[in-house]
Design a protein around this ligand. Structure first.
Ligand code: AMP
Length: 170
């Protein structure tokens, strides 16, 4: 299936010069959505995964479905101030601005295997912040998956040595 035809380019959103990759056409087609979930899950067959750490907010769409389908725990990595309980924070740079993400301190057990899920890899700052938080909680990053990778930004240089997979490359 040619998933790229379900990704809409929106120029100058949310800032001038950014071409936003809009996944909503893909989500409106259940076949394309299911195909995406399958493509994001299949590289990890044979690897022990205990939990999905999904990145707010579009990472929740893919990570939530993947966790439920595969009997993995779902852990939200949220923007600052959204999680209600005791948490750890990590700041990072975005393609457009800066941000802080947080995880509940009791979200992961020591030594558990975590798959990090997001819709899109741009500069890699968000995923790197997720890796740092997983490791602060003494869990293992078993893999990282994004539906879309903006290869020209070379975001995966931020996490060399980790298992990373993307489905659609631009
Ligand atoms: P980064 O930390 O730079 O890899 O940014 C990744 C996060 O920002 C992801 O959660 C994306 O949803 C969002 N993002 C960054 N750039 C874009 C883009 N051009 N189109 C859509 N989402 C983007």
């Amino acid at each position: 299936m040619d998933l790229k035809k379900y990704i809409r380019d929106v120029p100058d959103f949310p800032k001038k010069g950014i071409i936003f990759k809009d996944i909503t056409p893909l989500l409106q087609d259940s076949g394309a959505f299911q195909y995406s979930l399958q493509a994001m899950t299949s590289p990890w067959k044979g690897i022990k995964i205990d939990s999905v750490l999904a990145i707010e907010s579009r990472g929740f769409i893919f990570g939530g479905a993947m966790a439920a389908q595969n009997d993995w725990k779902f852990i939200p990595l949220r923007k600052e101030g959204k999680l209600p309980y005791h948490k750890l924070s990590e700041s990072y740079s975005l393609e457009y601005g800066t941000n802080t993400v947080e995880i509940h301190k009791d979200a992961l057990q020591k030594g558990e295997n975590v798959l990090i899920v997001d819709d899109l890899l741009a500069t890699g700052g968000t995923i790197k912040a997720g890796i740092n938080l997983v490791e602060k909680l003494e869990a293992n990053v078993a893999g990282i998956v994004a539906l879309i990778e903006l290869t020209f930004l070379e975001g995966k240089k931020q996490f060399q040595g980790y298992e990373f997979c993307s489905i659609l490359k631009y």
